[in-house]
Design a protein around this ligand. Structure first.
Ligand SMILES: NCc1[nH]cc(CCC(=O)O)c1CC(=O)O
Length: 314
């Protein structure tokens, strides 16, 4: 049992979802270390301020974590809580993930005030999402749907749906559940129709890599099975140089001592869609992810990624 620290400060973004996640980790730490003062430091990030351009155009996920990392670097905070989905594939030098928490619902959620299932949308329906991953998978399966951009925090996106701008929108089930909005979920979209984002549904705790004193303190928050799955998914994404500017997804589940993984890479409009699966030893998750990437590359993933880099389909 590690010594109780006198105080732990959690840096977080100030969206309702981020605050929920920070308070969740605060409560877990408080239960583990009743003598410790666990505080929240709320921060606004560049990503929160730029709400009108698709994420893929404004430089990606790093925008949501940079200010939090600054607070870790200069000692204003001890840990930062992130949705693993928003954590870049390569952390900047000097930072590390100390724990990955147990995964909640990893699925994408279909949200609509009219229709019960994605499959029920009539041709020509407008679906809101700004995720290239969601867009490419929707277009590949349902080429008659019209995809339109949808940004903002969860409440903003739901408001835009309720105002009637979209027939349906796609959100992460986990985010809705955390905010008590599970009732808005009409359908948990099966992974056959939408493979989730790498890390979707799991929380990660980032620290300053120099703070090795925190590792034992945070270790009880780590969920090894989730960590293996998320590391495998990130391994695939890294091997494909993935970021949120690339339509790709991966999902791993642990069964016994094996990982069952599925991943895809697509062109933006889903005209090309490569999907592969594998079963690999859970003790080497990063390698499992790399092996899945190799299967995709063998079928031409590199060519799709190179075309994306050229902006061929933008
Ligand atoms: N991109 C924002 C974001 N980051 C994490 C979640 C959901 C929670 C999670 O996946 O852990 C969401 C909202 C969404 O995609 O609907």
């Amino acid at each position: 049992m590690s010594a109780h620290p006198a105080k732990l400060i959690i840096a977080t973004r100030e969206s309702a979802l981020a605050l929920w996640q920070a308070h969740h980790i605060q409560a877990r730490l408080q239960a583990l270390y009743p003598q410790t003062l666990v505080e929240i430091l709320g921060m606004t990030t560049t990503g929160d301020q730029i709400l009108d351009s698709p994420l893929s155009r404004i430089g990606g996920k790093g925008l949501f974590v940079k200010e939090l990392e600054q607070a870790l670097a200069d000692g204003r905070a001890d840990l930062a809580v992130h949705s693993m989905k928003d954590v870049p594939m390569h952390l900047p030098e000097g930072f590390m993930l100390a724990a990955i928490g147990e995964r909640e619902d990893p699925h994408d959620a279909f949200v609509s005030n009219v229709h019960a299932r994605l499959e029920d949308l009539p041709e020509g329906s407008i679906v809101g999402t700004s995720s290239l991953r969601r867009q490419s998978q929707l277009q590949a399966k349902f080429p008659g749907l019209k995809i339109e951009s949808l940004r903002g925090n969860l409440q903003t996106r739901l408001r835009k749906l309720d105002e009637g701008q979209y027939a349906a929108i796609i959100l992460a089930a986990a985010g809705l559940m955390r905010l008590g909005l599970e009732g808005r979920i009409r359908q948990r979209i099966p992974t056959e129709l939408s493979i989730p984002a790498v890390g979707q549904g799991a929380l990660g705790i980032e620290i300053n890599a120099a703070r090795t004193d925190l590792l034992a303190i945070l270790a009880p928050l780590n969920h090894p099975d989730t960590a293996a799955c998320v590391e495998a998914e990130r391994g695939m994404s890294r091997a494909l140089a993935g970021s949120c500017t690339v339509p790709l997804g991966a999902y791993a589940e642990k069964q016994g001592d094996q990982l069952h993984m599925t991943g895809f890479v697509a062109s933006v409009h889903g005209r090309e869609m490569l999907r592969e699966s594998l079963i690999a030893a859970a003790e080497a998750p990063e390698q499992a992810g790399q092996a899945l990437a190799q299967k995709l590359i063998a079928r031409g993933a590199d060519r799709i990624l190179a075309a994306l880099a050229d902006g061929a389909e933008h």
